[in-house]
Design a protein around this ligand. Structure first.
Ligand SMILES: CC(C)(COP(=O)(O)OP(=O)(O)OC[C@H]1O[C@@H](n2cnc3c(N)ncnc32)[C@H](O)[C@@H]1OP(=O)(O)O)[C@@H](O)C(=O)NCCC(=O)NCCS
Length: 143
């Protein structure tokens, strides 16, 4: 695996389409994602110039927040989420970075545990019956 992370542009949309999670399909969310792409809020991971994953970063109470992280189905379990999360942890505006995922998303919980993130809370009533679990990482305190 030779991974390279760079800022995405609207020209990457075609390569991103097969990787976009279904929850970004509703028109409002898709429109918001397209604006994020144009605004430089999205990074892609490439392997030999092919886009294999992406993350969408934004702000959460003044801290960086990994809003969406996804890797192409056929490229999973080869460390690309780790490469993207390492990029999210670089050059932070504050001493910590946050993310969240549904309680039901076992693979994302496993990823966050693997890369040293800590659970820090839960919010009900976003997806009924499937609370949003929040995680934090303070890179300077990591082993
Ligand atoms: C979650 C996701 C981004 C992980 O990407 P990935 O590139 O496969 O993750 P990595 O290869 O970096 O995984 C690192 C470690 O996390 C753990 N892990 C990852 N996926 C796992 C799974 N499905 N089951 C159990 N452990 C898992 C393992 O410890 C893995 O190391 P290993 O492969 O050596 O055992 C990917 O599954 C995905 O795109 N899912 C759909 C979108 C999504 O749900 N995103 C999160 C919410 S926005």
């Amino acid at each position: 695996m030779t991974a390279f992370v760079r800022a995405a542009t609207p020209d990457d949309l075609g390569a991103l389409e097969p990787i976009l999670p279904a929850f970004l399909a509703p028109p409002y969310k898709r429109g918001r994602f397209l604006r994020a792409l144009a605004n430089g809020e999205v990074c892609v991971a490439e392997d030999r110039s092919a886009v294999v994953g992406f993350m969408w970063l934004n702000e959460f109470f003044g801290h960086r927040f990994v809003n969406v992280l996804a890797v192409a189905t056929d490229r999973r379990r080869t460390g690309f989420a780790g490469v993207l999360l390492a990029a999210a942890e670089a050059n932070l505006p504050t001493d910590r970075v946050f993310t969240s995922t549904n309680r039901s998303n076992a693979s994302m919980h496993a990823v966050l545990a693997r890369y040293g993130w800590s659970r820090c809370g839960e919010v009900d009533q976003l997806d009924p019956g499937d609370p949003e679990v929040f995680y934090v990482k303070r890179p300077s305190r990591s082993p």
